[in-house]
Design a protein around this ligand. Structure first.
Ligand code: NI
Length: 170
């Protein structure tokens, strides 16, 4: 699958859209999840969301360390810690650029797996950040949007995106 990047205007538009809930967790969704896992691993990513491969659906995959990849369908964060943590975040859609983002250090997330079974997970440290970063993608939010304006514009400039051409969330 092609990974959408912010340097291509039509792909950036897609990355700024709000994804739709998955209606039926069927074999097509299971196949999509499998393709996304392969694409994530091939790209050396630790997370990948539907809009990043041009699928405007509420699904993302993560790779927690050496453990098996996980798939989250229609995910919702149901609790967050007051404690925050800071990570230097990157994104397969913003290759080679990084920025420090502060987010809740631990979250509880509810989602469905590819077999259509609901599950709840509690995660902290890097996985908490990855999950929040991926969930952001489903709402058209990129890690850039958490940075100070100057840093954000510097990264946009790196990809020849004028701040005025950075799309609103739609
Ligand atoms: Ni990302």
């Amino acid at each position: 699958m092609e990974i959408y990047t912010i340097d291509k205007p039509e792909q950036l538009q897609m990355l700024r859209r709000i994804a739709d809930p998955v209606q039926d967790i069927d074999s097509n969704i299971a196949q999509l999840a499998q393709d996304m896992v392969h694409t994530m691993i091939k790209g050396n990513g630790i997370g990948l969301a539907g809009p990043q491969v041009g699928r405007l659906l509420r699904i993302f995959t993560i790779k927690p360390g050496n453990a098996e990849p996980l798939v989250f369908i229609n995910p919702e964060i149901i609790a967050t810690s007051e404690e925050l943590s800071l990570y230097d975040e990157g994104c397969l859609s913003i290759p080679g650029q990084y920025g420090e983002v502060k987010r809740p250090a631990a979250v509880q997330i509810h989602a469905w797996n590819t077999k259509g079974r609901p599950f709840t997970m509690e995660v902290d440290q890097l996985m908490a950040t990855v999950i929040q970063h991926e969930l952001d993608h489903l709402n058209g939010v990129l890690f850039l949007d958490h940075l100070k304006k100057g840093k954000k514009n510097k990264i946009l400039k790196h990809f020849s995106v004028k701040p005025a051409d950075y799309p609103e969330i739609a």
